[in-house]
Design a protein around this ligand. Structure first.
Ligand SMILES: Cc1cc2nc3c(=O)[nH]c(=O)nc-3n(C[C@H](O)[C@H](O)[C@H](O)COP(=O)(O)OP(=O)(O)OC[C@H]3O[C@@H](n4cnc5c(N)ncnc54)[C@H](O)[C@@H]3O)c2cc1C
Length: 278
């Protein structure tokens, strides 16, 4: 986890429930899972990683042009949040640079993002975690604090971000060509997730990840009972919610919004109903 900058684990989450189960002979998932988000800004002279705290950059989980520190694309930016961070681990200093232009608000509507990264109301009218105004306010703060770089030309932007100007110019030209053709032959990004970088001022920020929590837990059977090292149910010990395991493996599938909360309440209700019948 030392490749990510920020941890926003909530105070007091010390794993009491998981520990209690382990003391009773239960087992922990063999495959561990962390929930990480590509939403941390670091300064233009910094790299992502535990030695850099960074600052919250909510817009990061949008499919902006994302380049490595060589100014080159390396992923379909439309991938789930943690895929982008996993891909960044293979890039120089595991640090991503997001690039956008003055039309970014309309692109965010066009991107039709799922889940908590969305800033325009959902189709069913449900509100979003953050509004566009809030996100713009965060960006203004990051600009004032020297995280976000603003420039009138791509060369100046590259200079401010500490990446090779010629490479970034080439990448931006290709991005604009893909936008005009509404197809991304390089990484297969969907047409509605493409954006041009033509309207100044141009913006960029170096980014990293933050960790919210772990998602692995106590190994359970199909009746939600904790099992021991031999896979046998531990009598009377049922586990639901985020203390339970046997569900996620390695990644948090953020495209399926609400499944963490959803499985918690659904499986807990199923346990309650089953126990009520005993
Ligand atoms: C910032 C944030 C954003 C999230 N966003 C989403 C999302 O967009 N979609 C989604 O599906 N899920 C989301 N989740 C996850 C979702 O909130 C959890 O899946 C859900 O709350 C888990 O429920 P739970 O009952 O297992 O645990 P919790 O809701 O954490 O309940 C555990 C309870 O146990 C109590 N407790 C702890 N220790 C002890 C102790 N020793 N003795 C007695 N009581 C104790 C705690 O006080 C708490 O009341 C998010 C979580 C966070 C923190």
């Amino acid at each position: 986890m030392n490749k990510y900058s920020l941890s926003i684990a909530i105070d007091g989450t010390t794993g009491d429930g998981i520990k209690a189960c382990l003391w009773a002979g239960a087992q922990m998932d063999e495959m561990h899972t962390a929930m990480v988000f590509d939403r941390v800004a670091v300064k233009p002279d910094e790299f992502g990683g535990s030695e850099t705290v960074g600052s919250l950059f909510w817009m990061g989980s949008n499919p902006w042009l994302k380049v490595n520190l060589n100014g080159e694309r390396f992923i379909n930016e439309s991938a789930p949040y943690d895929y982008v961070l996993n891909a960044a681990l293979t890039q120089p200093h595991h640090t991503i640079v997001d690039i956008w232009d003055a039309d970014y608000a309309s692109y965010m509507e066009q991107f039709d993002i799922h889940g908590c990264a969305r800033v325009y109301p959902f189709e069913n009218g449900a509100p979003t975690n953050m509004t566009l105004e809030t996100v713009m306010g965060i960006n203004e703060g990051l600009l004032a604090e020297g995280y976000i770089v603003q420039a009138d030309t791509i060369e100046e932007l590259a200079q401010g971000l500490g990446i090779p100007a010629e490479n970034l110019k080439k990448t931006v030209e290709r991005q604009n060509e893909n936008f005009d053709n509404q197809v991304d032959p390089d990484f297969g990004k969907e047409d509605f997730r493409l954006s041009a970088i033509r309207t100044p001022p141009f913006y960029g920020v170096r980014t990293s990840g933050y960790m919210l929590c772990t998602l692995d837990g106590i190994t359970i059977n199909e009746d939600f009972q904790a099992v021991n090292a031999d896979g046998e149910a531990i009598d009377g010990l049922y586990v639901a919610g985020v203390d339970s395991g046997s569900y996620y493996a390695g990644t948090y599938p953020n495209m399926s919004t609400g499944n963490c909360c959803g499985r918690s309440v659904t499986f807990a209700r199923m346990i309650g109903k089953a126990l009520a019948q005993k």
